[in-house]
Design a protein around this ligand. Structure first.
Ligand code: MG
Length: 159
């Protein structure tokens, strides 16, 4: 069986008055991500994991953050394009596991919605989609609330 693993990471600075979007879901928050796109670090991490699994480069090569085309773009569109790219190369997603590191707000209430959104975008069952969230115990840039960090792992299989 032709089977691959991919790993992705992304982080964004947080600033007051910006929307906070993670896994395609808008989370009520007084702070959101500073970014060229909508700043959805979870989707960026999963895109990089997918591209990594298929050895297709990284998100920066496919969707450059200095390209005006991607200014303020809804990152779910980037994920759809990435999944399409993998399909074209003969890969389908098997499962995915996301860890969001954010001090506040607490994400527990939004995890089911994020899981559903990501499962739909990756075209996998809910039982194969994991979204986890944790704080960083007040340590470092995530713990101090300066930013959000996300790691993502995926496995893909030949179509
Ligand atoms: Mg990013």
């Amino acid at each position: 069986m032709d089977f691959r693993v991919g790993f992705g990471y992304d982080s964004h600075r947080l600033a007051e008055g910006l929307p906070l979007r993670l896994c395609g879901v808008t989370i009520p928050s007084d702070r959101g991500c500073v970014a060229h796109s909508d700043g959805d670090a979870a989707i960026h991490a999963i895109c990089d994991a997918l591209l990594g699994a298929a050895a297709l480069g990284d998100i920066g090569t496919h969707f450059p953050d200095n390209d005006p085309k991607y200014k303020g773009i809804d990152s779910t569109l980037l994920l759809q394009k990435t999944v399409e790219l993998l399909h074209n190369e003969g890969w389908k997603v098997n499962n995915a596991d996301i860890t969001i590191i954010l001090e506040r707000p607490k994400l527990a209430d939004y995890k089911p919605q994020m899981q559903q959104m990501m499962a739909q975008l990756l075209e996998i069952p809910l039982s194969a989609m994991s979204v986890k969230a944790k704080t960083n115990e007040k340590m470092g840039f995530t713990g101090q609330g300066e930013g959000v960090a996300v790691t993502a792992a995926v496995t893909v299989m030949r179509l």
